[in-house]
Design a protein around this ligand. Structure first.
Ligand SMILES: [Zn+2]
Length: 130
């Protein structure tokens, strides 16, 4: 399986930070929430990159990315516990919409009915018009 990663601004020339589309987080980077799911904290590092999700009529949604290799454990984790946390997080990264994608890389929010952003956007553009 291959994933196409479209980088908006990998050099950070436009936005000041390397910038990627919402689902295009580079390997080895995670949001604060994802770090927490891995039992990690950002350990004082500044954001290494950001994800942008365009929104209609509003400024884009921003998620800051931190380097996993610079993160520190929140507390001592046994390998078993770490694996359990990882598996639990993964099992929730499933789109409940038509695409049914697994391994979204994020947990679809309640707001979208646990659908991925693509399904949500699609539903909004096809049925959202008044
Ligand atoms: Zn979907």
């Amino acid at each position: 399986m291959t994933t196409t990663v479209i980088t908006l601004d990998p050099a950070g020339q436009i936005h000041g930070l390397p910038t990627y589309p919402w689902q295009g987080a580079p390997q080895g980077m995670a949001t604060r929430r994802q770090l927490a799911q891995l039992g990690l904290r950002k350990n004082g590092q500044d954001p290494a990159a950001q994800l942008l999700r365009p929104r209609r009529r509003r400024p884009p949604l921003v998620a800051y990315l931190y380097r996993i290799d610079l993160a520190a454990p929140r507390r001592p984790f046994t390998d078993a516990k770490r694996a359990a946390v990882h598996t639990a997080a993964r099992s929730r990264q499933v789109c409940q919409g038509p695409c049914g994608r697994r391994d979204l890389g994020y947990i679809p929010p309640e707001l979208t009915g646990r659908r991925c952003w693509q399904c949500w956007d699609q539903a909004n553009t096809t049925t959202g018009g008044r």
